[in-house]
Design a protein around this ligand. Structure first.
Ligand code: GCV
Length: 613
């Protein structure tokens, strides 16, 4: 059962009186907060639809005037409250979102399990049906609204029975659940199964078939009659064995457009995932290179998607690895609405056992990706029913910061981290800075002790926690590093698989050229021998050893820092116990990877540190 520790709203009252609309919620939050402060502050809310989700806050003495559209008032109210909690004083504010859809994708199954979930079971499903504590869901609504997240996709993109029925036999439940989140400005979305017409008894799910088109239209009419503000459907099709239009010789655009036509009368959107590749690759096939796949499929379809289709693209071309270049699709599609998908669930980044604060990584994405290239954002949820909603108490930072990012992607990582720390813990300046540094450096440490220099996929297959350098090497997933006794990595330049050619000219040159390719992506783009001399004069093999020794030492230092921090008892106990597991994990990664490369290369560590034989 969830507690309240580790959450940025924990200083607010636990419950709110029932509200019907976001504006009422804004009123209830501000009333309760100002009453608690006891400083005689008052407020006035003025609805101004022209401001949409944006808001303006203006203080006149102790009276806080908030103007905003329907949900803008709510966001304004939360930003006033959070600002005061951070100690920023009575500040005038004006803000509006960069992206209208700021989505959270839950990969929750109706049996209560969560695919890639590390925070306990589903918050709303159990035993094949909806099963939740309404108060907890309302609290979830507050959390999401305070982070300005406005869409929640309820179920796993891999739609497992009986989740197909969410849009048929379970509409009453869906309606009731939507009503709980509506006062927080959070709209629902549902992942659907492209082959649903077949389960409903139709002979085909061909998107160009008239009967299939009618089926989806009638279904959409029924769904939106019950949940009129449903945001839309999320679709994983022709990906990792999920059904899709390819089975009927149709393109992804034809599949997506057919659904888009059905939802357009209801102002719905179809969010179509671009995570498509051959998951049955023969490892002997060195011509096929998985990162090339999505661009090859979707680039020719640019301009073919209807206006209410959004193509949702993972940040990198593989699958949420510790280090990947930005997906070239995000940089090249000009006539398609795009959503950037990131993963808060730490599937490959420590599973909420190891610390991994994401804002620095997101900054790097937006350093390359112009924010105007995309129209929305989605994040795979890291939430669950565990005591700490995000498994590791500090992983709540990633949820909070994601909301800030999707609202305004220019927000500085240090600001997001600092704000979460100030909201969540009462620390003196020195301790606060020390926790901020710990979080800000966590990604760098994790990267150093795991797969080196952009190599990817050295994890234990399927579970994806811990090292196993050979684990995916002879498998079907297109995830190879091809290390041998001379060299490691894949040549993805124009001379190699050609992946680098998918980038706009400047980036292509940057990555293609060994003199300019950033170190951390060297082995993503190039195949290099162990004696390759890096820009700093070290050999490649020495750099691999150094990183792994340093990564482990960094975690030891992090453990020391954590030990000295005066955090609340529960948070501290949980964070420390997870840190011990992280230390063991880092040691394992360090030794397995160093030994793996030592055995292959036969080169000893120039600094004589211990590498196991
Ligand atoms: C929901 C990876 C994960 C899968 C996930 C998939 C996806 O392959 O390991 O668990 O499935 O990505 O994003 O669809």
């Amino acid at each position: 059962m969830n507690g309240f520790d580790g959450l940025w709203l924990k200083k607010l009252q636990r419950t709110l009186p029932p509200c019907e609309t976001p504006a009422e919620t804004a009123k209830a939050e501000l009333s309760a907060f100002f009453a608690d402060r006891g400083l005689g502050e008052t407020f006035a809310l003025a609805e101004d639809e022209a401001l949409g989700e944006g808001y303006r806050v203006c203080w006149e003495g102790a009276c806080c005037r908030v103007a905003g559209g329907h949900t803008g008032l709510l966001y304004g109210a939360y930003d006033v409250i959070l600002g005061l909690l951070k100690g920023e004083g009575r500040q005038d504010l004006a803000s509006a979102p960069q992206y209208p859809l700021r989505m959270l994708n839950a990969w929750d199954n109706m049996d209560g399990s969560v695919e890639r979930g590390y925070s306990g079971r589903s918050l709303w499903f159990e035993g094949g049906r909806f099963d939740y504590d309404p108060e907890r869901i309302r609290y979830l609504g507050r959390l999401l609204a305070s982070a300005h997240i406005n869409v929640l996709c309820l179920n796993n993109v891999n739609v497992h029975a009986p989740a197909q029925e969410l849009v048929s036999g379970m509409l009453g439940d869906l309606k009731a659940f939507a009503a709980l989140l509506r006062p927080f400005g959070v709209r629902l979305m549902v992942s659907i199964d492209f082959s649903l017409p077949l389960s409903a008894g139709l002979p085909t799910a061909d998107p160009l078939d008239a009967g299939v088109r009618e089926f989806w239209k009638a279904l959409a009419d029924r769904v939106w009659a019950e949940v009129p503000d449903l945001a839309g459907f999320l679709v994983k099709a022709d990906s990792e064995h999920r059904p899709g239009p390819n089975a009927y010789g149709r393109t992804h655009a034809e599949g997506a457009n057919m659904l888009a036509e059905a939802v357009v009368p209801h102002q719905g959107v179809v969010v179509w995932r671009a995570f498509v590749y051959d998951c049955m690759q023969d490892w002997r096939d060195a011509q096929t290179d998985r990162p090339c796949a999505a661009y090859k499929i979707y680039q020719p379809l640019d301009g073919d998607f209807r206006d209410n289709v959004i193509l949702q693209v993972k940040n990198g071309p593989y699958d949420f690895q510790v280090r990947e270049p930005v997906s070239p699709l995000l940089l090249s599609l000009k006539k398609t609405h795009l959503a950037l998908e990131v993963q808060l669930a730490q599937e490959y980044t420590g599973q909420q056992i190891d610390l991994y604060a994401m804002p620095p990584m997101w900054r790097e994405i937006f350093d390359v990706l112009p924010k105007e290239n995309i129209c929305s954002m989605a994040a795979v949820s890291n939430l669950g029913r565990g005591y700490f909603w995000t498994g590791h108490p500090f992983a709540a930072l990633n949820l909070y910061a994601y909301g800030r990012l999707a609202w305004q992607p220019d927000t500085e990582p240090g600001r997001m981290i600092g704000d979460w720390v100030r909201l969540t813990y009462d620390l003196n300046v020195e301790d606060r800075e020390s926790l901020c540094r710990l979080l800000a450096g966590s990604r760098n440490a994790y990267e150093k002790y795991t797969a080196p220099l952009g190599l990817c996929w050295m994890v234990v297959p399927h579970t994806h926690y811990g090292p196993c350098p050979g684990g995916y090497e002879f498998d079907l997933w297109g995830t190879y590093h091809r290390a041998d006794r001379n060299a490691v990595g894949i040549d993805r330049t124009g001379e190699g698989t050609g992946y680098a050619l998918q980038y706009p000219e400047k980036l292509h040159e940057l990555y293609e050229n060994l003199d300019t390719c950033p170190d951390e992506m060297l082995l993503f783009f190039h195949r290099l021998s162990y004696d390759w001399v890096m820009r700093d004069g070290r050999t490649l093999i020495q750099r691999i050893y150094d990183d792994h020794f340093e990564g482990y030492e960094a975690v030891r230092a992090m453990a020391e820092t954590l030990r000295a921090l005066p955090l609340p008892e529960n948070d501290k106990a949980e964070a420390e116990s997870r840190m011990q597991r992280q230390l063991r994990n880092a040691r394992e990664w360090r030794d397995v990877i160093n030994t793996f490369f030592h055995r292959l290369s036969g080169v000893s560590d120039a600094r004589g540190r211990r590498i196991y034989p």
